[in-house]
Design a protein around this ligand. Structure first.
Ligand code: HEM
Length: 400
């Protein structure tokens, strides 16, 4: 997903929201903060932290991520045809409609056997390798990467290239030149797929789009769709998988509940999504004067929306909002955004998490962190929060 970046998380626990944002949630009105914008540099943004306000801001069509594609600006993933978050209104609706059919629960469910097989093969490989392994590299990154490759028919052998480029693109602190170069490299690879599918539509998402909407889509839009899905489709879920495992390792009772009781899977995944809320606060701009949560926002002003403080708001979760409780009844949380831009790939992400997490915990019932907590490095400033590497270990005879 597109977003711009925030201030760092000045928190005590790595899963908690920044203390600055929590303080702002308790203040009346809408405070302002200086934040970094990759094109405009430092800017001032109105900060929206409460659940109701974040939801209302996501739902407000006059607050946009981009104003369409600006051909006078450098071409990056964030500024290329087909990159959905950059569009608004009828143009966004036209493009998004073409894709929704590929990402319904039913459509995504067809990937279940393939994902189960990928998960099982990677767990086997971890057993064969023996402890210690970096869970990000051995499990969390391969599963979503393989799934999106399967969906798009992207050769998995190109993963080191697209994973590297995606990291640059998702790194909110990357400079414009780095963004341009990483986007160009990804586009060059995706262009081959677009050309091939135009000539002979395959069974993947691009082939399906050509068959169903070929006339209405330009090659540039098709290319942007492919690149957007490739980037949005793996890094986010990979980060979510690894961070979920870390959160569970730190909450052994919750880990045991998910491992030992299959009926907990759904609520556990929803709760992990709520509790971790990996998207960094998202930046929007008012295209006209607009009123949000009783405050007037002038055209041209920026607004920063914080999913994490919204998800932890006592108004949404009155009981222990800062506690991970895998039995909690799911709430309408903001980790996938809300409104017309709400995450297109959320059902795929959920399916991957529901298959991968319990399978990992059951295969390695003695899973533990292999380094002291203080050695873990967290991804600050990225558009999705996460842990860089997660070295884990287990008692070898104990892997099932
Ligand atoms: C949009 C989060 C997985 C594709 C979004 C948005 C969020 C988000 C917050 C809204 C952005 C905004 O309002 O500006 C996540 C999280 C994921 C995840 C937390 C994993 C846990 C995926 C996957 C795919 C995907 C697996 C693709 C298969 C997209 C696309 C959009 C989007 C295309 C843009 C939709 C639009 O603008 O209409 N995602 N995402 N995401 N996501 Fe995801």
């Amino acid at each position: 997903p597109a977003s711009f970046v925030t201030s760092e998380r000045d928190q005590d626990c790595p899963f908690d929201p920044s203390r600055t944002l929590v303080r702002m949630r308790e203040e009346d009105g809408l405070p302002r903060l200086r934040v970094f914008h990759p094109v405009r540099g430092e800017i001032e943004a109105i900060v929206v932290t409460r659940y109701g306000d974040v939801r209302a801001a996501f739902a407000e069509d006059l607050l946009v991520t981009g104003n369409g594609i600006d051909t006078t600006m450098p071409r990056t993933l964030f500024n290329q045809p087909g990159f959905l978050p950059a569009y608004s209104g009828a143009e966004h609706q036209r493009l998004r409609r073409m894709l929704t059919g590929c990402f319904t629960v039913r459509q995504v469910e067809q990937l279940r056997p393939a994902i189960e097989e990928m998960v099982s093969a990677h767990l086997d490989a971890m057993v064969a390798h023996g402890p210690v392994v970096d869970l990000v590299e051995a499990f969390a990154l391969p599963i979503p990467s393989l799934a999106i490759c399967e969906l798009l028919e992207v050769p998995y052998e190109t993963r080191s290239m697209f994973q590297r480029c995606s990291q640059v693109i998702m790194d909110g602190t990357a400079c414009a030149d780095q963004l341009v170069a990483a986007s160009a490299e990804l586009n060059a690879a995706m262009q081959e797929l677009v050309t091939r599918n135009r000539a002979a539509p395959g069974d993947g998402v691009l082939g399906r789009l050509v068959r169903q909407h070929g006339e209405d889509l330009t090659d540039a839009e098709l290319l942007g769709f492919g690149t957007t899905l490739l980037v949005g489709g793996h890094e986010t879920t990979a980060t979510m998988l690894a961070l979920s495992v870390l959160a569970l390792l730190r909450n052994p009772n919750q880990l045991a509940a998910l491992r030992d009781d299959t009926s907990v899977t759904n609520t556990a995944v929803e709760e992990l999504l709520r509790y971790l809320a990996i998207p960094a606060p998202l930046l929007r701009m008012a295209v006209e004067d607009v009123e949000i949560c009783g405050s007037r926002i002038a055209a041209g002003e920026y607004v920063l929306l914080s999913p994490l403080t919204a998800n932890r708001d006592p108004d949404l979760v009155p009981e222990w909002p800062d506690t991970l409780d895998v039995h909690r009844r799911p709430v309408a949380q903001m980790s996938f955004g809300f409104g017309v831009h709400q995450c297109l790939g959320q059902q795929l992400a959920r399916l991957e998490l529901k298959i991968a997490l319990p399978a990992l915990l059951r295969r390695f019932p003695t899973l533990e962190l292999a380094v002291p907590d203080t050695d873990l490095r967290f991804r600050e400033g990225s558009t999705v929060y996460g842990v860089e590497a997660l070295p884990v270990s287990w008692r070898p005879g104990n892997a099932g």
